[in-house]
Design a binder for this molecule. Structure first.
Ligand SMILES: *Cc1c(COP(=O)(O)O)cnc(C)c1O
Length: 322
């Protein structure tokens, strides 16, 4: 079955060896898959998911895209960019309070013309539902994109990304990715099975404890299987998550993230973000220092984007001080 998709991302994204970083860490050879360069509106992993979600919205006859996230949500910024590119209205429910000056992703949301509805972390999903019903009544033909774009449809972006990897180079022993709502990792896991990828996929958890993240990934794998009409058995041990790097919680940048961002920037001229890739890279660096990887292994750090948040407060000030 062919699942509808629009083509907007700059694909395939490049794979680059990080030789100077690998040498500095004296560990395995590290490579980077540049999904921070997927093109639309500063790019990131959500663009791959949105290629499928947007096609679904078009098929449903929608006119308005709705989604939800944190104030510096990269997902919502990419939804807003997609909406602008394809002629949809966009309403974003963001948790936080309206700052005096919109910076980073929030600035971009507004530039792309999205309407912002403010909420908090506990009620944002309920508010999203309310805004959705209101938009329906008003004839705005809303289409609701779930948190992080993580549905069976959205994860197809990463099933396809594994096919893309397979056509580039696939002898990596490890893929390391930031993992949060689970769509990226579940798509990779399902895509890995479909392409017989031989390496392991390690999700560094960004906000949930391991059992909860494993449950999200497992559920999405099942839903993805159902959507594809495939019956691929994924053994539980294929879903590898590490929750050692949650630190002070979601979006709380501290010394490990700052060090990782500095190391990547100063050794490779490569930018990470404060919330996701900074944390995932900090985890990878710690694992390298602990000897987790064999010296002759090839490690692919899958860069999922998020760099506009570097220019958002409080991260900008913290990075300048340290
Ligand atoms: C959303 C996001 C992730 C996590 O992806 P999930 O599919 O939600 O697990 C990782 N990195 C960045 C930069 C993101 O914006």
């Amino acid at each position: 079955m062919k699942i509808p998709r629009v083509n907007i991302a700059h694909l395939p994204t490049r794979i680059e060896p990080l030789d100077r970083l690998s040498a500095a860490l004296k560990g395995p050879r590290i490579y980077c898959k540049r999904d921070d360069q997927t093109g639309l509106g500063f790019g990131g992993n959500k663009t791959r998911k949105l290629e499928f979600l947007l096609a679904e919205a078009q098929q449903a006859g929608a006119k308005t895209l709705l989604s939800v996230g944190a104030i510096q949500s990269n997902h919502c910024r990419q939804v807003a960019a997609m909406a602008a590119r394809f002629g949809f209205d966009c309403i974003l429910v963001l948790s936080g309070s309206e700052p005096e000056i919109a910076s980073g992703n929030l600035f971009l949301d507004k530039l792309f013309g999205a309407k912002i509805v403010w909420a908090n972390r506990d009620n944002r999903t309920r508010i999203l539902d309310e805004v959705f019903r209101e938009a329906q009544v008003q004839g705005k033909m809303p289409y609701k994109i779930p948190y992080g774009g993580s549905s069976a449809t959205g994860m197809m972006g990463y099933v396809e990304a594994m096919r893309e990897l397979n056509s580039q180079e696939c002898d990596f022993d490890w893929i390391i990715t930031a993992s949060s709502s689970g769509g990226t990792q579940s798509g990779m896991v399902l895509g890995a099975a479909l392409t017989r990828f031989q390496g392991k996929i390690l999700g560094i958890s960004i906000e949930d404890h391991a059992p909860q993240l494993r449950e999200s990934v497992t559920r999405l794998v099942q839903e993805g299987n159902a959507l594809l009409g495939s019956k691929i058995e994924i053994a539980a041990e294929k879903i590898i998550v590490n929750d050692d790097y949650l630190g002070g919680g979601y979006g709380v940048m501290a010394a490990p993230e700052v060090e990782a961002i500095r190391l990547f920037a100063s050794h490779e001229g490569l930018l990470l973000d404060p919330v996701y890739t900074g944390r995932a890279a900090a985890g990878m660096i710690d694992l390298i220092r602990k000897g987790f990887f064999a010296q002759n292994e090839k490690v692919l750090f899958w860069h999922t984007g998020g760099t506009p948040a570097l220019f958002a407060e409080p991260y900008l000030s913290m990075l300048q001080q340290s």
